[in-house]
Design a protein around this ligand. Structure first.
Ligand SMILES: Cc1cc2nc3c(=O)[nH]c(=O)nc-3n(C[C@H](O)[C@H](O)[C@H](O)COP(=O)(O)OP(=O)(O)OC[C@H]3O[C@@H](n4cnc5c(N)ncnc54)[C@H](O)[C@@H]3O)c2cc1C
Length: 432
């Protein structure tokens, strides 16, 4: 069947294996010369794509729940929505969650995802106690901070390249409230936005939207949303999308003018102030609209997400926005977040600094622009997020991820014939 990541680029034909038992997973691996595990395909680019893919979606059971020790063991195809709804009955929740609830536990571990609280809670991998993984020869490994440590360090953030995660045990945190007190700060330029982030650096949650179109005295204006849990408890039930985009929009719908109008409108409707918002609305505002990625047209889009060290963040983002202005290209949806310390998982993305994510409709000019921005990111000590990437060069990857050799050494021990491969790993030269 034809499959793609969330950016709808690239779109390829793949033989999709979907299995319920470990034996079936083992034989799918042994029958394929190369294969990559997949979850809900919410990664944007080609990290979960190959001519053969191994879907985890039938591995969908909760295996053990220890309420008193606050841990849960579940199969890798269980979604965040299912888990969060289940855990809320016991006033517990997942410690880290991304901007959508439609991802799997396997995808969250393989991408070492981060949320709006990275500056306080780190990435998802820091909360993983142990993992069971099937490697290329069909062996099942139990790995953790104390067992098969090398495989553990390579698998968290390892983009599915060390094997198929079968199940994992995750540490949980108390669910303090089902709604969030949201404080909105409107920033009239980029400097003001950075100042607001720093003034709120201890907030439980923070995230901002940024207008890549604005120029002169409004350059880099944005809106910062800061969230605080309120101590009240009702049952939390996350919901399915309420609206659907039933078809792909024509490719030219999101042009410079419409993006500028929509960003202007967004800035104006988000007045500074304080209000109580539902959990779903605060953490997953985009999930309300099913298939919103079709709004970018059939050509698809890229999400260009980078992180740069704190001391260079302001200057880097200034340069990036100016370069976009020179190209006459803007991002429809742009998100800026503060990140805390990095961890020691070998291909993990976060580093202490700021991360900017921009959604840009795909065109030749977009790809040229992305190459220019790559140079700025490399010069400023940053890197791109693998789970969003569809186009980074091998050279950039090797310059900006500093532990690749360690990763490849471990991969070659568990996967000597390089069976676990994706289009991305081939492009980036992650062989053995
Ligand atoms: C609207 C939206 C908002 C997002 N917001 C954020 C955010 O705030 N922070 C963030 O960090 N990410 C964010 N993401 C990205 C998303 O969290 C990651 O791409 C995540 O990995 C997707 O999970 P998935 O189940 O869809 O995995 P897939 O997209 O199917 O796969 C992603 C990677 O995980 C590997 N993988 C999947 N399952 C397994 C398994 N069982 N065993 C081994 N490897 C496996 C795949 O090989 C692939 O490399 C967002 C995505 C969207 C669409």
């Amino acid at each position: 069947m034809y499959i793609s990541g969330w950016g709808n680029f690239p779109r390829i034909h793949s033989k999709v294996y979907r299995h319920w038992s470990i034996n079936q997973v083992q034989s799918a691996i042994s029958n394929s010369s190369e294969i990559i595990p997949t979850g809900l395909l919410r990664s944007y680019g080609d990290s979960a794509l190959n001519s053969a893919t191994l879907s985890a979606l039938s591995l969908n059971k909760i295996l053990n729940f220890d309420q008193s020790n606050k841990t849960i063991t579940c199969e890798s195809g269980v979604s965040f929505m299912e888990l969060i709804n289940f855990l809320s009955r016991y006033n517990l929740t997942l410690p880290v969650t991304p901007g959508t609830k439609f991802i799997t536990i396997g995808g969250a571990i393989a991408s070492d995802i981060h949320g709006k609280n990275h500056h306080r809670s780190g990435s998802f991998g820091s909360w993983v106690q142990s993992i069971r993984i099937i490697s290329a020869d069909g062996t099942i490994h139990n790995c953790s901070h104390t067992e098969e440590i090398d495989l553990f360090r390579a698998t968290i953030g390892g983009m599915g390249l060390t094997g198929m995660i079968l199940d994992a045990t995750i540490r949980l945190v108390p669910l303090k409230s089902t709604s969030i007190e949201q404080i909105t700060f409107r920033a009239n330029d980029l400097k003001n936005l950075f100042d607001l982030f720093e003034q709120n650096k201890d907030a439980e949650y923070s995230v901002s939207w940024l207008d890549t179109n604005s120029t002169s005295d409004k350059f880099g204006r944005g809106v910062l949303f800061v969230g605080k849990e309120i101590n009240e408890n009702q049952e939390l039930i996350l919901s399915e999308p309420k609206l659907n985009i039933p078809f792909y929009f024509p490719n030219k719908t999101l042009n410079k003018l419409s993006v500028s109008l929509l960003n202007n409108l967004y800035y104006r409707v988000n007045n500074s102030g304080r209000k109580q918002v539902a959990f779903d609305e605060f953490f997953y505002p985009l999930d309300v609209l099913n298939n919103w990625n079709r709004g970018y047209g059939k050509n698809g889009f890229i999400q260009y997400q980078f992180v740069v060290p704190k001391e260079f963040s302001y200057q880097t983002i200034t340069k990036v926005l100016k370069t976009m202005h020179q190209f006459g290209i803007s991002s429809f949806l742009t998100v800026l977040k503060l990140m805390g310390k990095s961890n020691d998982f070998l291909l993990s993305f976060p580093m202490e600094g700021y991360t900017l994510a921009m959604d840009i409709p795909l065109s030749n000019a977009t790809l040229e622009l992305a190459k220019k921005i790559d140079e700025i990111i490399i010069d400023n000590g940053g890197r791109l997020y693998l789970t969003k990437d569809a186009r980074m060069s091998e050279e950039m990857f090797w310059k900006t991820y500093t532990k690749i050799e360690d990763f490849i050494e471990i991969k070659s021990k568990y996967d000597p014939n390089n069976k676990f491969q994706s289009l991305q790993s081939k492009r980036l030269g992650v062989g053995v």
